[in-house]
Ligand binder design. Sequence first.
Ligand code: AMP
Ligand code: GLY
Length: 420
Amino acid sequence: MNILILGSGGREYTLAWKIAQSKRLGNLYIAPGNAGTEEFGENIPLDILDFHQLSILIKEKNINTVVVGPEVPLVKGVQDYLKLSNPKVLCIGPSQKGALLEGSKAFAKEFMAKFDIPTAAYLEVTSQNLQAGIDHILATEGPIVLKADGLAAGKGVLIIEEKKEAITVLKEMIDGKFGLASEKVVIEEFLDGIEFSVFALSDGQSYKILPIAKDYKRIGEGDTGLNTGGMGAISPVPFVNDNLIEKVIDRIIEPTIKGIQEAKLDYIGFIFFGLILVKDDPFVIEYNCRLGDPETEAVIPRLENDLIQLFELIKDQKLQAAEISINPATAATVMLVSGGYPQKYTKGYEIQIPESGESLIIHAGTTYNQGRIVTNGGRVIAVTSLAATQREALNRSYQIAEKIEFEGKYYRHDIGFDLG
Ligand code: AMP
Ligand code: GLY
């Protein structure tokens, strides 16, 4: 099978690393990829939102399967486009309608209401019912959660303590604070609990659950400071016991899969359930139509199955037959970022990379400049280690993190701190 991975981060590096291990692989291409993905396949400089060029590339390289890493191409309809332009190609990623589960918070909330999936209570607000939104805020106790309906590069969720400020921000959002993405706003009840990430792979009919993870979104230790794309991840998550998994399956995953079929969302690929445990019960915070980053860097190394075999089963709609095998070890991922991230930072610093030993050094924001590997993003490199205990896995990742060098390097030293 010839495979093309779309994307350039740590998630896509990890997928390339995994796919390259399969005997079923013919050629692997990554578009655009990063300095590390070249180890596993050929990087192709391509604008992944240029679907026309993409379809030409697929024909030229005789690609059978496209694995879509990030959400934007899916929300913009890459799967639907390829269905027409390259009908024989398997796209791991949902249709544009399916991707609305991530691309529109209002759509996701309506979907959850319709299929009785536990989530925070909410109100949808536009310029048409702004006063209802203001009244809703005034009547709310506790923090106010405001979410831009559309994609806003991870910045569209605001949690505000003060009612007056929340009303001001609501107005700003509807007036275009996040462009068209916030013309519609979802006001949500604040849920107080601990978050975790569950991933399923679906062929549209059945699904398989992948390892469960927890990511660390804040820049600062102790979960403080600004939100980032993710500063680290742990898999498995000790508090997600069998009893909780059963609740997640019964109340969330099964009704979601049933809903996807009933609503004819044409959903093939990864489903990311961003969940929160409130007392003893799981609720959906968000759906994503892709794998998480950096969760993938912890989850995929624990998956023992051949990923291409799973893709083949998806193609035949026989995923039901797969037996998922998961390494019981704990994976600990630590993300090394550029100084200043998630705000302003400088790119182009040379990176010194040590021997990885038994750990995985995962390129995220890296590129080549005159033969040297240099920083090319906020999140630069992730280190994942597997070990019998979380402490040991973290120790190994931190030993490597310490040895990786680039100007302004920063990472959190407390990944997994709340998991014991
Ligand atoms: P989202 O982009 O929907 O994942 O939201 C970003 C982050 O905001 C989540 O990871 C949560 O930490 C937080 N968040 C979102 N919705 C809620 C909610 N209803 N209650 C509490 N925290 C929330
Ligand atoms: N780590 C969260 C995300 O990928 O959205």
